[in-house]
Design a protein around this ligand. Structure first.
Ligand code: GLU
Length: 513
């Protein structure tokens, strides 16, 4: 086990074979928070040894996702560090050195059995009673001189770990699972280096973790069955075995392993759907860890101060999107206007261009929106209080706020609202709208929400109409819809001339007047 006084060093080791998914993101968060809480180092290592499935693009996507989540790493790609390089493909010499070390210690042997021979043996064993019990160790006791001669003659071979004779069960104390024991049957003389000289996954991981001084391996429990094999490799190399902490699965609400079927699965998609990184980190941190069993809103500082492996549960966690939505709404409510405008830029630009949340923005539209944002920052900041209380996700912004960018036109007049409000039998909507227009046109009144609202409300008595029948037509005329953010706060942010023009436009279109 590790020396208690050693500086904590942990790593997140994604394989760039796809995007960063929810499970991986949680693993990254736990490693990061644990490093911060323990005053240790957080290493990012890219496990790109699978040449067919690893891509440069995926590396970038993963790094971007980590940055978006705000998980800064102390060592790794882009930042470097004393234990680099941090891409496995650049560490081949270290695996060769480790193999050499194992050879010197007599802990590995070359195996010349061909795939065909191994397959035949396996098939035969599987047909017999008892089944296949692993490699039959044919090459384990080859005469060393013969083995060297065959290698020198260029005969293809792999290197296998010589599991010590009589090695019993492999046991370790997992920081999450507790005491774990694997029976002796898993102690196959596993391959550590393949015919082409490449390290197997288990070998590369152990070499890297040992060479990088990793003290705690925190990873998904899909790796639990690799752990006994890795422990054997540590022992063979004569290195300290780190502490392991395996994280339970994340399930969808249907109890099945979380996947694409359950909606968004990659960090990128959560960004695209308008979730905030702070909310994501908070939410994912609670999928298996708790501060005190009840607190749900936990900021980064608290997480980085309080995180501990003791409070990680081995129970499977359930991904509850309703809770995530609620949490995101809470973060939006608390983030303040400046941060909101910054985080919402992609959606504010779409609202400006009249494009849907998932629609493409042309370069011209983006440039025009950017110019508008820098020309009138206060307008944008002013949009925040209109929606801060109700927004669940930022991608609702285009639908909710497009009307604020229409200028004098009503670009989308909701038919249902027209029928239910403006054309409602006996509702006198035309009269109400005309009266509101007069109020709004009065230049003596301050263009502020409160006095405008007060004056329009007073019309209810004057016209002897229900308040709702006075105000709803105005809402539809200005916002194009009977559902909108607070009406007078919205009006205050718009230009008087634009508001009047919208009323005129709708009056003409609906009442022909
Ligand atoms: N590269 C492995 C994966 O992406 C992780 C290995 C580990 O954490 O030990 O699943």
């Amino acid at each position: 086990m590790t020396d208690e006084n050693k500086k904590v060093r942990v790593r997140f080791a994604p394989s760039p074979t796809g995007r960063l998914h929810v499970g991986g993101a949680r693993t990254a968060i736990y490693n990061w928070a644990f490093a911060r809480a323990m005053g240790g180092d957080f290493i990012l290592r890219i496990e790109d040894t699978d040449p067919e499935r690893s891509t440069e693009e995926n590396v970038q996507v993963i790094l971007n996702a980590m940055k978006w989540l705000g998980l800064d790493w102390d060592e790794g790609p882009e930042v470097g560090g004393g234990a680099g390089p941090y891409f496995q493909t650049q560490r081949m010499d270290t695996y060769a050195e480790a193999l050499e070390r194992l050879r010197k210690r007599g802990s590995v042997y070359p195996c010349f059995c061909t795939k065909e021979e191994l397959d035949a043996k396996r098939a035969k064993a599987e047909a017999e009673e008892g089944g296949y019990a692993g490699y039959d160790r044919t090459c384990r006791d080859l005469d060393p001189a013969e083995a060297v001669a065959r290698i020198e003659a260029g005969e293809p071979h792999v290197w296998r770990l010589r599991v010590p004779e009589g090695r019993g069960a492999i046991e370790f104390d997992d920081a999450v699972y507790g005491h774990v024991s694997f029976p002796a049957e898993v102690m196959d003389d596993m391959i550590v280096v393949r015919t082409d000289g490449s390290p197997t996954y288990n070998f590369a991981v152990v070499c890297d973790d040992a060479n990088m001084g990793v003290t705690h391996v925190i990873r998904g429990d899909d790796h639990l069955s690799n752990t006994p094999r890795q422990i054997l490799i540590y022992e063979a190399l004569g290195f300290d075995v780190p502490t392991f902490a395996h994280l339970s699965m994340i399930l969808g609400p249907d109890g099945k392993k979380l996947s694409k079927r359950h909606g968004a699965a990659s960090v990128e998609e959560f960004f695209e759907r308008g979730y905030l990184p702070d909310a994501m980190v908070n939410f994912l941190a609670l999928l298996g860890w708790s501060l005190d069993g009840e607190t749900t809103l936990i900021d980064r500082e608290t997480l980085c101060r309080e995180f501990s492996l003791e409070r990680v549960t081995k129970k499977d966690a359930v991904f509850d999107e309703t809770k995530l939505d609620w949490m995101n709404g809470q973060y939006i409510k608390d983030m303040g206007a400046n941060a909101w405008v910054q985080a919402s830029t992609p959606w504010l630009f779409r609202a400006h261009a009249g494009v849907a949340a998932d629609g493409e923005l042309t370069c011209e539209a983006r440039d025009a929106a950017a110019a508008d944002l820098s020309a009138r920052p206060d307008f944008y900041l002013g949009l925040y209080p209109l929606v801060a209380e109700r927004l669940v996700r930022l991608d609702e912004i285009p639908a909710k706020l497009a009307f604020m960018f229409w200028g004098p036109e009503v670009r989308e007049l909701d038919e249902k609202s027209v029928a239910k409000v403006l054309k409602k039998e006996g509702a006198r909507a035309d009269e109400a709208l005309a009266a509101c227009r007069t109020v709004l046109a009065d230049e003596d009144r301050a263009w502020k929400a409160a006095p405008l609202e007060e004056a329009c409300r007073a019309l209810s008595e004057k016209l002897d109409m229900k308040l709702k029948l006075v105000l709803q037509p105005l809402r539809v005329a200005v916002c194009g819809n009977m559902v909108s953010p607070p009406l007078f706060e919205s009006i205050e942010l718009l230009e008087r001339a634009d508001v009047l023009a919208r009323i005129d436009h709708v009056t003409k279109e609906v009442f022909g007047g």
